[in-house]
Design a protein around this ligand. Sequence first.
Ligand SMILES: [Mn+2]
Length: 475
Amino acid sequence: MSEQIKKPVGITETILRDAHQSLIATRMPTDLMLPIVETMDKIGYHSVECWGGATFDASLRFLKEDPWERLRKLRDGFKNTKLQMLFRGQNILGYRPYADDVVDSFVEKSIANGIDIIRIFDCLNDLRNLQEAVNATNKIKAREGRGHAQIALSYTLGDAYTLEYWVDTAKKIEEMGADSICIKDMAGLLVPYKAAELIGAMKEATKLPIQLHTHYTSGVASMTYLKAVEAGVDVIDCAISPFALGTSQPATEVMVETFKGTPYDTGFDQNLLAEIADYFRPYREKCLESGLLSPKVLGVNIKTLLYQVPGGMLSNMVSQLKEQNAEDKYEDVLREIPNVRKDLGEPPLVTPSSQIVGTQAVFNVLMGERYKMATKETKAVLRGEYGQTIKPMSQEVIDKVIPGEERITCRPADLLENEMDKLEAEMKEWKQQDEDVLSYALFPQVAVDFFKYRQAQQEKVDLTQADTKNGAYPV
Ligand SMILES: [Mn+2]
């Protein structure tokens, strides 16, 4: 082994995004992150993932924080480490397709506020939905030398998802001008020997660096990383141990130790990693005590391998059934999910397709008749508004749900008029920075609630500082 060429494996640390999204519903506040940033910055991570749809949403909705402000503070602290975000293609960080001008603006502001690597995915793996975000990133890279467009393929199983499919898609991604590829295995479905086969084939097909993202949900993740690294994967996503395993990622320290003394040695300092783990451990304990972190998500859930359903989707489904007093229908819904998925062209199950398929499966079971009621989103998928699925959708379901309606086959955003001006006009009374328009675009109601809260806070502060004698108020 010592004669082999050194090829240190890169590690993306997910503690500031996916780890807390997967384990504690994305509730980690910025104040908890900042004190450890300086130490994290010394490790030598390939990147730190710190931003995405759920972090953005939870910041505004639950933590009453400006997500842009969080990004700027993290950027200030991380002097040497690349910051990474997750981006839902044409859906940006939201749940509907946006016009290209919103995508362009969001990419530009993300990079301007501190993001280096943008991981872009589409819930149908329709590459047309990724092109605009890639182009926008490349434009900024050409101009400013910063910005990296990574295309993520949502990994899933099914008849259509053959090795040839993944390899062909990797080649197309290279042609699209992406800087790297990520295999995004949101449910932990990629098992170790399949990973070796997949990564090996993809490395042969493309020169682009390949990153692997998985979850520990099904219990195989660290073995999958081992085989993937041996097969040549360039970067793996890990979480510092107090927020690793379960529905989160494999533990950073464990993977670092695994590759020590091999050609894949990361060279990371375990003592520094231990400092980071020591920092987050009391917070883990606090989350366990408060119930924010449930021991339920920390074990192995072998059902994800059986049903191929991401963990987050299962918990959504359980709460929908609870609301309807129909928890006894759990198994029925689990069996209905693959049927709905097939009807809709066998898409991967990832936000938002996971919610769409899951909710429709719940309806189909509770109504006692399949597609007696279809959600707005199911209709939109059937019309082609989310893009093209890998397999044709069920004609029978199309005829029942959207009879006689026109379906589209073009890139959905080609039909959308630019919308930034309209969005800005709608929210201009609240605008304090350009970025506020984008927050409003993504989560209109939640953003306005936040803007009201922000204004109230500012007025309270302003009043205490006000020079009441002279009637001068800071603005
Ligand atoms: Mn993930």
